[in-house]
Write a protein that binds this ligand. Structure first.
Ligand SMILES: *[C@@H]1O[C@H](CO)[C@@H](O)[C@H](O)[C@H]1NC(C)=O
Ligand SMILES: *[C@@H]1O[C@H](CO)[C@@H](O)[C@H](O)[C@H]1NC(C)=O
Ligand SMILES: *[C@@H]1O[C@H](CO)[C@@H](O)[C@H](O)[C@H]1NC(C)=O
Ligand SMILES: *[C@@H]1O[C@H](CO)[C@@H](O)[C@H](O)[C@H]1NC(C)=O
Ligand SMILES: *[C@@H]1O[C@H](CO)[C@@H](O)[C@H](O)[C@H]1NC(C)=O
Ligand SMILES: *[C@@H]1O[C@H](CO)[C@@H](O)[C@H](O)[C@H]1NC(C)=O
Length: 572
């Protein structure tokens, strides 16, 4: 009886053990990987065959060597995420020599022991992103010669000791973004000949020393945006022939030296927006695969001939929000693939004829928020399938027929918020708007002047609205008056001057044209007003004379036939 009982107990124990080892509470086990979250202690019963251990959102404040002893031979991935970890005791990783990937992210760690990783000779990937590490300790990495990926971003490092990365000859990705690093030395990246990606964005670098990139012959991405760099040495990139992406936006660059990007044949992305660039000259960009060039939020005042001539693959050129007042005729020469050019929010008053010639792929032109008051005839010559041209918020008073003919190549033309002056010169635009209702939103294109037409939709203006001084203005005599005075000459008085309206004459001489609501002043020049006043006064005198003569004549002729009525009117 004893033996079977013992066997039963042993069997039960084995069963229990296997259940317990199988997966700890609050953990999920998949193959040899264990994912735990919400733990308040390090999991004690992880199978000793586990290769990957991931702890997230746990309340574990320190790690000690004993935590990992059971896993020492098998563990190859160890990751702690979003956990209030404050301390990792020395020696914690001394026996876990097979770890290939290690990560602490989103912890409270401010420091790590100097020799913590010294035995991790197989480590290829280390992620220390988003912690509170204060000091970068070169000894952390001194033995990690297999390391390929190192992410140190979003910590509080202020400097990089010059020898920190020198043992890491296999390194391919080095991310240092989001720290407070103020200086890089010429030797910091020495020997990193396999490095492909170097990110130093969101730091406080003031310069990037010449020679610091010289060993990075395989560098493909360099992110330096969001620093305080004021200048670049012309030869800084002379050895990084494989660079594909270069991010320099949000710095304090005031100029780009001649030749700085001359030798980057594979460069396909560059960002330079939000700097203080005042000028840009030919000889900056060499032949390269660049498809987009972002230069907005700088201080450029001119775009010179041939500046972009080598950028034959450029699709998008963004020059908006600068201080550009002059775009040279050949500024965009060579940009055969250019699909969109953005020049909005600058100080342009006019454009050169032919500015967009030789750009067969151009689809969109944005020129809004400038001060353009006229467009040269043929200013879109050579363009065949323009999509959208945006001219809103400029200083255009009208558009002559040649310009409108040119605009016909565009599918969409934005014209609102211009000071359209609705006199007869607006007729070509009005007719064009009526003929091309699909090209523009007619209801938005409205007169600014004259005052009387302010806000009127131009497409709906009638001819007589536009030519108050010519003919067709029917004097608003009442019908009875018309009948009485069939020969009254058509008045010239366009009533555009108040003095005309108010000329007092006999009782039925009232010109009741108030309904026409003509512009009071402002719309007619002084000289014209004076002439009008003179004409008005003269015609009033003539008309009055005619009327008085008429009355006299009628009185004489009718004699007493009218006596009763006369009495009513006149005397007493
Ligand atoms: C984490 O553990 C500490 C004690 O170790 C405790 O005071 C705290 O309340 C715990 N926090 C959470 C969210 O469980
Ligand atoms: C185009 O690139 C060549 C180098 O290949 C350079 O000499 C030339 O100055 C560049 N042209 C312009 C207009 O930048
Ligand atoms: C032109 O603008 C339209 C609308 O904004 C956009 O969808 C299109 O991609 C642009 N075309 C090019 C070639 O940039
Ligand atoms: C019109 O353009 C001017 C000049 O760029 C700008 O200051 C203003 O804000 C623009 N107005 C609107 C309504 O966008
Ligand atoms: C034209 O603009 C007005 C006012 O913004 C808008 O209500 C209307 O939908 C627009 N029409 C078209 C066809 O886009
Ligand atoms: C006409 O001009 C006078 C002064 O010259 C000014 O007070 C008045 O506001 C102007 N009226 C209109 C409608 O512009």
């Amino acid at each position: 009886m004893d033996l079977p009982w013992t066997l039963h107990v042993l069997g039960l124990l084995c069963f229990l053990t296997s259940v317990v080892w199988s997966c700890p509470d609050r953990c999920v086990c998949q193959g040899t990987k264990v994912f735990c979250s919400g733990l308040s202690d390090f999991p004690k019963t992880v199978s000793s065959t586990s290769a990957g251990l991931y702890l997230s959102n746990c309340n574990i404040s320190f790690l000690k060597p004993e935590d990992l002893t059971d896993l020492s031979n098998t563990l190859s991935i160890f990751v702690v995420i979003d956990t209030g970890l404050r301390e990792v005791h020395p020696g914690t990783f001394d026996s876990t020599q097979n770890i290939g990937a290690l990560g602490f992210t989103g912890t409270e760690l401010q420091d790590l022991p100097e020799a913590l990783f010294k035995n991790l000779l197989k480590l290829e990937s280390m992620n220390l992103k988003s912690n509170k590490l204060l000091v970068l300790r070169p000894n952390w990495f001194s033995t990690l010669t297999a390391l390929k990926n190192l992410d140190l971003s979003k910590n509080q490092f202020t400097s990089v000791p010059v020898e920190t990365f020198q043992p890491l000859t296999e390194l391919q990705y080095l991310l240092l973004s989001g720290n407070s690093i103020s200086q890089i030395s010429r030797e910091t990246f020495k020997g990193l000949s396999k490095l492909q990606t170097l990110r130093l964005n969101k730091n406080v670098l003031k310069e990037f020393p010449l020679g610091s990139l010289d060993d990075l012959g395989n560098l493909q991405e360099l992110s330096l945006q969001d620093n305080q760099i004021t200048h670049l040495h012309p030869d800084l990139f002379s050895k990084t022939l494989r660079l594909q992406k270069l991010f320099l936006s949000k710095n304090r660059l005031t100029s780009l030296p001649q030749g700085v990007f001359l030798n980057l044949p594979l460069l396909s992305q560059i960002s330079l927006y939000d700097n203080q660039l005042e000028s840009l000259t030919p000889g900056v960009f060499g032949p390269m695969a660049l498809r987009e060039l972002w230069l907005y939020d700088n201080k450029l005042s001119r775009v010179e001939d041939d500046t972009f001539r080598n950028l034959t693959q450029l699709r998008l050129l963004v020059l908006s929000r600068n201080h550009i007042s002059h775009v040279s005729t050949w500024a965009f020469r060579g940009l055969e693939q250019l699909g969109e050019v953005s020049l909005h929010t600058n100080l342009l008053k006019k454009l050169q004829a032919g500015t967009f010639q030789g750009l067969p792929s151009l689809v969109n032109i944005s020129l809004e928020h400038n001060f353009i008051s006229s467009l040269p005839s043929g200013f879109l010559q050579g363009l065949s399938h323009l999509g959208e041209i945006d001219l809103k918020n400029n200083s255009l008073p009208n558009l002559p027929q040649e310009t409108l003919d040119a605009l016909n190549v565009a599918q969409e033309v934005l014209l609102q918020q211009n000071p359209w002056n609705c006199n007869k010169d607006i007729l070509p635009l009005r007719n064009w708007l009526r003929q091309n209702p699909s090209k523009t939103n007619q209801t938005l294109v409205v007169c600014e002047t004259p005052f009387s037409l302010n806000g009127e939709v131009i497409a709906l203006l009638a001819d007589e609205n536009l030519m108050p001084l010519s003919t067709t203005e029917e004097p608003a005599w009442t019908s009875t008056e018309k009948r009485k005075k069939p020969h009254t000459p058509p008045t010239r008085r366009s009533t555009s001057s108040p003095s005309v309206k108010t000329t007092p004459t006999s009782d039925h001489e009232e010109v009741t044209s108030g309904g026409q609501g003509q512009g009071e002043n402002g719309t007619v020049s002084n000289d014209t007003s004076i002439i009008l006043i003179i004409i008005a006064v003269v015609s009033t005198v003539i008309i009055s004379t005619v009327i008085i003569c008429c009355l006299c004549w009628r009185r004489n002729k009718k004699g007493r036939g009218d006596l009763s009525r006369r009495n009513k009117n006149s005397v007493l």
